[in-house]
Design a protein around this ligand. Structure first.
Ligand SMILES: Nc1ncnc2c1ncn2[C@@H]1O[C@H](COP(=O)(O)OP(=O)(O)OP(=O)(O)O)[C@@H](O)[C@H]1O
Length: 222
């Protein structure tokens, strides 16, 4: 469970997010809203990439940056922001080095994740030669090997074609972690447990997709 209590974010004197009071216990949560409504800023609070100007974010009662980073993984919209090493295998080992895992255990985790998502053939490839969809999956694999309890995705399907979008949606559905997905792709979120609708830096709608999404669409038609 992750909680936001009285959270506000301000930058250069400008209010970006305000009055965020939430407890998230659902397995699949979507985040929608117009461009500039504060979704990415909200998403980045989950694992401490962004810190609140006021209020606190806690994962099961622990709010230190170290705890948030340990429990919550973050998948960026553009995998180039996430993939740093020339070889896929090196990139996947990168985060695990910080955990100081024995080599065998690190290898086992990497093999398991690659195998599970049918990515084993990419293990020794150069990361800059991967397609956009392959990169997106390797970025997700890099987060999964860290075994976080929750994963936040910021617009994960924007760069993907229909095939890769389907592959990612299937992967999302099969994850045992709880997931939070920021997306303009309303189809992706229609079977989620809960959807948060942001408007001008605050939550304007919160509930099941069948309730929140139609109201959001209605507002866009005004
Ligand atoms: N450093 C900053 N200083 C001032 N304003 C900022 C800063 N960073 C972000 N903003 C503003 O905060 C608002 C929210 O940005 P955010 O990226 O969270 O929106 P978003 O809902 O994710 O948008 P999009 O759908 O376009 O990705 C935007 O108006 C943005 O211009």
């Amino acid at each position: 469970m992750i909680s936001f209590s009285g959270v506000a974010v301000e930058k250069n004197g400008v209010g970006i997010l305000r009055d965020i009071d939430l407890r998230i216990t659902e397995r699949r949560v979507g985040v929608i809203g117009r461009n500039g409504s504060g979704k990415s800023t909200f998403a980045r609070l989950f694992n401490g990439i962004e810190t609140p100007s006021r209020g606190k974010v806690e994962f099961e009662g622990a709010g230190t940056l170290k705890e948030l980073r340990r429990h919550v993984g973050f998948v960026f919209q553009n995998p180039d922001n996430q993939i740093v090493y020339p070889l896929v295998s090196e990139d996947l080992e990168f985060g695990l080095k910080n955990l100081k895992l024995p080599k065998d255990e690190a290898r086992r985790r990497i093999d398991e994740v690659l195998e599970r998502f049918g990515l084993t053939h990419l293990r020794d490839r150069l990361t800059h030669q991967l397609s956009g969809g392959e990169k997106q999956m390797i970025a997700l694999a890099g987060v999964l090997v860290m075994q976080p309890r929750m994963i936040v995705f910021d617009e994960p399907t924007t760069l993907l074609d229909l095939w890769n979008k389907r592959m990612l949606m299937k992967a999302l559905n099969e994850l045992e972690q709880s997931i939070v997905v920021v997306s303009h792709d309303l189809d992706l979120l229609q079977h989620f447990d809960r959807v948060l609708h942001f408007e001008n830096g605050a939550i304007a709608g919160d509930g099941p997709p069948a309730q929140v999404i139609p109201l959001y669409i209605e507002k866009s038609q005004c």
